[in-house]
Design a protein around this ligand. Sequence first.
Ligand code: FAD
Length: 394
Amino acid sequence: MTSDPDRGTGLAPASAPDGAGPADVVIAGAGVIGTAIAWRAALRGLTVTVVDPDLGDAATPVAAGMLAPVSESVFGEQDLLRLNLLAVGRFPGFAAELEDATGLTTGLRTEGTLAVAFDKADHDRLRRLTAFRRQLGLAATELDARGCRDLEPFLAPAVHGGVLAIGDLSVDNRRYAAALHVAAAKAGVQFVRGSAARVLSPGESTAGAIELADSRVIQAGTVVLAAGWRTGQVGGLPESITRAFRPVKGQILRLRHPGGMPPVLTHTVRAIVKGTDVYLVPRADGELVIGATQDERADREVTAGAVHDLLHDAMSVLPAISELTFTEATAGLRPGSADNGPVVGELRPGLIVAAGHFRNGIMLSAATADAVAGLLAGEQPAAEWLPFTPARLA
Ligand SMILES: Cc1cc2nc3c(=O)[nH]c(=O)nc-3n(C[C@H](O)[C@H](O)[C@H](O)COP(=O)(O)OP(=O)(O)OC[C@H]3O[C@@H](n4cnc5c(N)ncnc54)[C@H](O)[C@@H]3O)c2cc1C
């Protein structure tokens, strides 16, 4: 078992020069959000520098990679649903371009999500959620127990019934992040190891500029803050931003099919097991991701209780996973925001924030990159972004 989330992600900057010259754009944070923005800004002909201290606590490599506007939709988050639908609609084209640019795979899967209920009470809850999702116009097909097992033959006989959401996708977030890093570097983005300590005020600098913890200053036309849950820790920001972000701990497991074993799943399965949610996300390369806990905590300890509960609930609906190899248990910190929506937009001329993507940062990354690269070129983001500007926090 390991708790090292950065293994093999390609997230860390490849080189760490002593200093960086002026750029059109300097981005703090090389997670999925900062790197996606860097790539798209560079494609528009801008010179881009990304700084990241590589603290090893990025959420990006920990995530499950679900791109799930349908099965993530919950009561009271309709604005976020509209944004998530925009994002998932954009994702396949963005991923195809990324694969073309790098020759790497992102592991995008399109089979959809099968939500299943373990017992009758779970099924009642799933039906209420499904009715709500249908009211919002989302496609969801109800299935009885046999219909679920026709789609996924390894499901436990106890499974009561379910719902198929064909609009959901998934991606291998580690392969995707690694491809973004390669694409950005190929497009000329400079990666610098360093920690953004402070944004210089307009009085101190004619354009945007950022001071690193080691006192180096990087001058840029625009500073973009994409430092995940730590974004509010950068100095020189209004209090509304300083207070806006918080870490939300999530623990998650990774299993692998032993050689020769057929895949135990083709769809992402989200199960309600005696009132508790668990999801299982299959990868084409034989990995199976099981997640996730959610706690208002900032530590990254993996607890025995979380590993037990996730495995227990996952095995209740898919007993065959007992044959898989246990490869990893990890904890990561989701970048939560004051209202759990992303915060994307201009704080003042020369300063943009792109953070607070909480449970949906992988899904929202392509749409965020479009929005911020557009802002850098003087374009207005799509209307779906309007409820998510920093102005709402002031
Ligand atoms: C268990 C779990 C499961 C998840 N599952 C999903 C999922 O299925 N689908 C989905 O869409 N999302 C999922 N997420 C959420 C997703 O991982 C995040 O929303 C997303 O990774 C946020 O990306 P980011 O680039 O904003 O932040 P991060 O990935 O956290 O990256 C922030 C980067 O900023 C750097 N940094 C920090 N401070 C500074 C500084 N001062 N200067 C410069 N750089 C700095 C850090 O080193 C880090 O590299 C999950 C998260 C967790 C924890």
